[in-house]
Design a protein around this ligand. Structure first.
Ligand code: NAD
Length: 495
């Protein structure tokens, strides 16, 4: 059994999609594992008029929909800790009702004043809520207690708006009390990057520009915008995927070894890496980043004909780019990234492409041998978790030629059932006060500064959209981007 943690959770946006689909099932998993038991309570709040009973029915349905036995005693004991309070977050006077409810539950469940405020609603409310949590006295004043604020994405839409939001939050909360969610950081194989790098001499001693030719990060989605169109059309792939998830993955791949495995030390190294990421001038931004928007195929409409998308939308549904770090470890080794909707398949992977041997002794004049392939370390993030290492080996025959072979490690299906959902891990981290798998403000700000520059250049010129076929791997420009450097994407269609 895990160590029991004590806290009051206050969920803002408690009747929303994220709360029902992810947050309540994740809390229930923590309950089943013992991280939550007796000393916890949940106040759900949103604009909707509900009472405790109706809220509990909705939570029960959320557990059932996520595959739990919601009529078990364990589930009903868990649900009995849930309370509801209707509240419009813009109504300052009404925070006192939440305060009274929090104090009552604190006594009833002996919560020691520990409070977790989870803002699972539209970002325009984040600043107001943070202000009133402090101003209206909802934050615990008990010296030994904690107050933690969990913020959903997106964190701003450019550096200026992100800074404005951060300034608003930091009037009420210290940086170490703020947990900015990036659910990619809760994924098993993203967390495994640190184990793979810093737990293996074999890997870490080669992890630099002397031995690595390039690194490729691909976040590929098979679906189009679906029901998120009105949000997505205001955001686009660069803001929605690159600024947060891709920059976080890249910083874990690029950072130096932290002094210790603590949130403070890991964040310090990620920030240092991001500081040495080259922010492009206009010409380099235009050359090193390409965008795309999907066209139509068969019965599938193009992006501009999806529901809630303007017919002249210039929003990108695909982006590919080259990132360069100006530091001793990475100078000369590019990181290529790409992400998009309506691509060939749904997966996330990292391909680390090593340099070929400097001399190919198997290429003697009378040899028929094909040139040695590059060693490639692939980190499969999803849907399957694992690694694969491509090496060259002798073919198993009487002659002497070489062929690429793969050493594979895949987490088996049984084991992967035990893998906690990202939201479960992240909620557990919040309970422990461990900020390792959350984005710190300096990380967010450097990522925005990099991305803003690309956006600025793109906004100067209308794109020629649509420019890629659904179920492909994006526009021709993404191929040209890497081929220009005499390289190619390791993941290609049909390989
Ligand atoms: P949603 O629209 O389904 O829910 C919004 C919630 O906010 C509802 O409970 C609503 O009643 C409440 N609300 C709205 N205005 C209010 C007000 N003035 N006062 C009080 N309550 C109010 O949203 P969602 O999909 O659950 O997303 C919540 C947050 O999580 C957003 O920041 C979103 O970007 C982020 N997010 C969601 C998902 C997802 O899968 N749904 C994924 C990643 C991030």
């Amino acid at each position: 059994m895990a160590t029991e943690r004590t806290a009051l959770f206050m969920f803002f946006g408690a009747t929303g999609d994220l709360a029902y689909r992810k947050l309540y099932p994740s809390l229930f998993n923590l309950y089943k594992k013992g991280s939550l038991r007796t000393h916890f309570a949940v106040i759900g709040t949103s604009r909707q008029t509900l009472d405790d009973d109706k809220f509990r029915v909705a939570v029960k349905k959320s557990l059932a929909d996520s595959g739990n036995r919601a009529d078990s005693k364990e589930a009903s004991d868990f649900i009995s800790h849930f309370y509801y309070q209707a509240h419009d977050v813009t109504d300052t006077a009404h925070y006192s009702v939440l305060k009274d409810a929090a104090e009552k539950l604190d006594k009833k469940y002996k919560l020691q004043g520990n409070r977790i405020f989870y803002l699972s609603m539209a970002p325009q409310f984040f600043g107001t809520i943070a202000k009133d949590l402090k101003a209206q006295g909802l934050m615990s004043t008990n010296e030994d207690a904690f107050n933690r604020l969990v913020i959903e994405k997106p964190f701003g839409r450019d550096f200026d708006s992100a800074k404005q939001l951060n300034d608003a939050l930091s009037n009420s909360f210290e940086e170490e009390q703020i947990f900015r969610i990036d659910h990619y950081l809760g994924k098993e194989m993203i967390q495994n990057i640190e184990a793979l790098r810093f737990g293996n001499t074999l890997v870490e001693s080669l992890w630099n520009n002397r031995y690595i030719d390039n690194i490729q990060v691909t976040l590929s989605e098979k679906l189009g915008v679906e029901e998120r169109a009105s949000y997505y059309d205001n955001s686009g792939a660069l803001r929605d995927m690159v600024q947060n998830h891709i920059m976080q993955i890249v910083s874990l791949l690029a950072m130096e070894q932290p002094v210790a495995f603590t949130d403070v030390d890991i964040r310090a190294e990620k920030v240092k890496a991001l500081r040495s990421l080259r922010v492009y001038n206009v010409a380099d931004a235009a050359t090193n980043f390409v965008r795309g928007q999907y066209g139509s195929v068969d019965n599938q409409p193009d992006y501009r004909h999806e529901d809630n998308v303007p017919a002249d939308s210039t929003t990108e549904t695909f982006v590919a780019g080259k990132l360069l770090f100006d530091n001793y470890r990475w100078s000369g080794t590019p990181f290529y990234v790409r992400t998009g909707k309506m691509l060939a398949d749904k997966f996330t992977r990292v391909d680390v492409v090593f340099k070929r041997p400097l001399v190919d002794i198997f290429a003697f004049p009378q040899s028929q041998n094909t040139p040695l392939a590059a060693n490639v370390l692939t980190i499969f993030v999803e849907p399957h978790a694992g690694f694969s290492l491509q090496l060259n080996a002798k073919t198993n025959d009487a002659g002497f030629s070489t062929e690429p072979i793969k050493l594979d490690y895949l987490v088996d299906a049984e084991k992967s059932k035990e893998t906690p959902e990202p939201y479960e891990r992240l909620l557990h981290d919040v309970l422990k006060g461990d900020g390792t798998n959350f984005s710190s403000w300096p990380e967010v700000s450097y990522a925005w500064k990099f991305v803003d520059q690309i956006r600025r250049v793109w906004d100067l010129q209308a794109p020629n959209f649509p420019n890629y076929t659904p179920h492909s791997m994006g526009p021709a420009a993404a191929e040209e981007l890497i081929q220009r450097d005499h390289r190619e994407w390791i993941y290609r269609l049909n390989n």
